[in-house]
Ligand binder design. Structure first.
Ligand code: PMP
Length: 391
C-alpha cells in the first residue's frame, strides 16, 4: 500500500498536542458575548455606523470584489482618495494601498532591496517582515531588539552596500516602541533607508494618531518609508506603504504583491477612508487609547503582576508558563473577558504572555471589571487584589 502523502501531518499534530500548542479557530458571534481585550480594534471603530455604512455603500457602488489587480481593473476612485488622504494625514508625499498589511510589508521589503543588498532587521519584528526579508533574497542581518548601536555597527560593517533598516514601530508581542530617533540617525550616517511598520502606531501614536514616524519627526523624510495595516485603528482591512513619490512609483512597477494580487475590495477601501476621516475628526481617540493602556498597566502591576510599560495600546502581561497562560486566558474567557495569549513558538524569547488591547472606547467600569477579572483568574502566587479606586 502506498503511503498517504500527508501522514506526516498526524505526527506534527501529535507533537503539537504533546507540547500543548494546538491552535483552534473560534468563530466570533455577531453580537459580542465577551468584553474584547483581544482584538486590534484599538479605537473601537469597526462597528461605527460611518464605517459599516461606507463599506456597504462602496460594495453597492463598485461591487463586492475589486474584480482585478490594481493595475488592471482593481483601482477605484476610493482607492485613489484613500491613498491621497492617508499620505496627507500621516505626512508623507505619497501612499499605495494593498490588500493587507502583510502584502504591504512584503512589497516594501522585496521591491526596495535586491540580491546583494543588505537588510538589517530587529529580532522582534513581525512575521510579515521576516517573510519579506526571506523573499527579498537580500542578505538579512537580524540584530538585537531595539538596539540602534547594533544597527549602526552592522551598517558600518558593510560600507557602500545598498542597505535598508526595518523595524516595527510598536512591537506586537510586548507593546514596546522602537527607538526610531536612534535608528534614523544610524540610517542617515550610513546612507541606509528606514522602513517602519506602523501597524500598531497609526491611530494611537503621534499628534491625533498620525503614527510613530510623525511623532518622531520622520514623516516625509527622504529616506523613510512607513508600512501600515488598515485593519487595526482604522477598523477596516488592507494595508499601505507611505513614502517619497518616487518610491511609491517604484512599488507600482516592481512590487509583486501589488502587481499580481487582486486589489483591496472597495468595501474595505471605503471603510478605511471613513475610519481615517473619523480619526481626523476625533483626534482625542489616540490619546484615550494610550491612557487606557497606561491605566491597565498601572493597575495590574500595582497588584503584583509583571507587565511591560506600554508605549502604545498593547499591554503585555507575563504568564509563568505556556500551559498556565492558556489556562489563564481560558479562565478569563469563562468569566466573559477575551484576552490574547502569546506563547511559543509565536514569541521569539519563549516567554508566555497575556496580551491586552487597550481600546479607546472602554468605559471606566469595563476597565475596573477587566482588571478585576484578570487578577481573580491569575495563576498562583495570587497577586494582591486592590480596590478599583486610585486610577
Ligand atoms: N505588521 C504587524 C506589526 C502586525 O501586527 C500585522 C497584523 N497582525 C501585520 C503587519 C499584518 O497586517 P494585516 O493583518 O493587515 O495583514
Amino acid at each position: 500500500m502506498p503511503l498517504d502523502p500527508f501522514d506526516w501531518t498526524d505526527d506534527e499534530a501529535r507533537r503539537r498536542a504533546d507540547a500543548g500548542l494546538v491552535r483552534t479557530l473560534r468563530p466570533r458571534p455577531s453580537v459580542p458575548d465577551l468584553l474584547d481585550l483581544a482584538s486590534n480594534d484599538y479605537l473601537g471603530l469597526t462597528r461605527h455606523p460611518d464605517i459599516t455604512g461606507a463599506a456597504a455603500g462602496a460594495a453597492r457602488r463598485w461591487g463586492a470584489g475589486a474584480t482585478g489587480s490594481r493595475l488592471v481593473t482593481g483601482t477605484t476612485e476610493l482607492h485613489a482618495e484613500l491613498e491621497r488622504e492617508l499620505a496627507a494625514f500621516c505626512g508623507f508625499e505619497a501612499a499605495l494601498v494593498f490588500s493587507s498589511g502583510y502584502a504591504a510589508n512584503l512589497a516594501a521589503l522585496t521591491a526596495l532591496s535586491a540580491p546583494g543588498s543588505l537588510i538589517v532587521s530587529d529580532a522582534g519584528n513581525h512575521a510579515s517582515i521576516v517573510d519579506g526579508c526571506r523573499l527579498s533574497r537580500a542578505e538579512t542581518a537580524v540584530v538585537a531588539h531595539a538596539d540602534p548601536g547594533a544597527v549602526a555597527k552592522t551598517l558600518g560593517a558593510h560600507p557602500g552596500r545598498r542597505a535598508l533598516v526595518v523595524t516595527d514601530s510598536v512591537f506586537s508581542v510586548d507593546g514596546d516602541a522602537a527607538p526610531l530617533a536612534g535608528l534614523a540617525e544610524a540610517c542617515r550616517e550610513h546612507g541606509a533607508a528606514l522602513v517602519v511598520d506602523d501597524a500598531h502606531g497609526l491611530g494611537v501614536l503621534g499628534e491625533g494618531g498620525r503614527g510613530a514616524l510623525h511623532a518622531a519627526g520622520l514623516a516625509g523624510a527622504p529616506g523613510a518609508v512607513a508600512t501600515l495595516t488598515l485593519s487595526k485603528s482604522l477598523g477596516s482591512q488592507g494595508g499601505a506603504v507611505l513614502g517619497p513619490a518616487r518610491v511609491i512609483e517604484h512599488l507600482v512597477n516592481a512590487a509583486r504583491t501589488f502587481i499580481f494580487d487582486t486589489g483591496l475590495a472597495p468595501a474595505a477601501a471605503g471603510a478605511a477612508l471613513a475610519g481615517l476621516r473619523l480619526l481626523r475628526a476625533e483626534p482625542e481617540l489616540a490619546g484615550r487609547a494610550r491612557t487606557v493602556a497606561a491605566t491597565l498597566h498601572a493597575r495590574l502591576t500595582a497588584a503584583g503582576l509583571t507587565a511591560v510599560r506600554p508605549d502604545a495600546a498593547v499591554v503585555s502581561v507575563r504568564a509563568p508558563s505556556p500551559e498556565r497562560a492558556v489556562a489563564w486566558a481560558a479562565d478569563c474567557r469563562a468569566e466573559g473577558l477575551a484576552v490574547g495569549c502569546f506563547r511559543p513558538p509565536s514569541v521569539p524569547d519563549g516567554i508566555s504572555r497575556l496580551r491586552l488591547t487597550a481600546r479607546a472606547d472602554l468605559t471606566e467600569s469595563q476597565i475596573d471589571w477587566a482588571v478585576d477579572t484578570i487578577l481573580r483568574t491569575a495563576p498562583e502566587p495570587a497577586p494582591v487584589s486592590r480596590p478599583a479606586s486610585g486610577m
